[in-house]
Design a protein. Structure first.
Length: 146
């Protein structure tokens, strides 16, 4: 399948949110998503990558570039909301999406790429393992701010 990858623009937000809400069982509000995108539109370290097939967004990944002052960490990337529309899975679109993410990470001089994935996404985990990602000896902690 010949998927075209590009950096998302404001007019892509509705379709991105629709795809991510389906893939991640989320319920992100469109107005919220549009506002956040506009607020961060010119931040070169926040990248929304989309894959388009037949004029439809079928793949998405959010790439966060994180420059640090720590030599061991250096600059790295974190991927989240990596997804492919269900009916297009098993067509190697996920691999092509990761290839594009790594291309961007290399251009941004990242030392490594990390990603977050929810536990229920077993098929995605298989893709990440086959792509060469390893599970870190770490836990992901979160605490809400009231």
């Amino acid at each position: 399948m010949n998927v075209e990858f590009k950096i998302a623009e404001y007019n892509d937000i509705d379709d991105i949110i629709k795809l991510c809400n389906e893939c991640f069982k989320e319920n992100t509000n469109l107005e919220y998503a549009r506002k956040i995108f506009k607020d961060n539109e010119f931040d070169k370290n926040q990248i929304y990558l989309i894959g388009i097939l037949n004029n439809e967004i079928v793949a998405h990944a959010k790439i966060n570039i994180i420059p640090t002052i720590y030599e061991d960490m250096n600059t790295y990337a974190i991927l989240n909301h990596v997804c492919v529309k269900e009916e297009y899975r098993r067509e190697h679109i996920g691999t092509k999406l990761l290839d594009e993410c790594f291309k961007i990470a290399k251009e941004k001089k990242c030392k490594c790429v990390e990603l977050w994935s929810k536990n229920f996404r077993k098929a995605a985990h298989e893709l990440y393992h086959s792509y060469g990602f390893e599970v870190m000896d770490a836990k992901f902690f979160t605490k809400n701010i009231d």
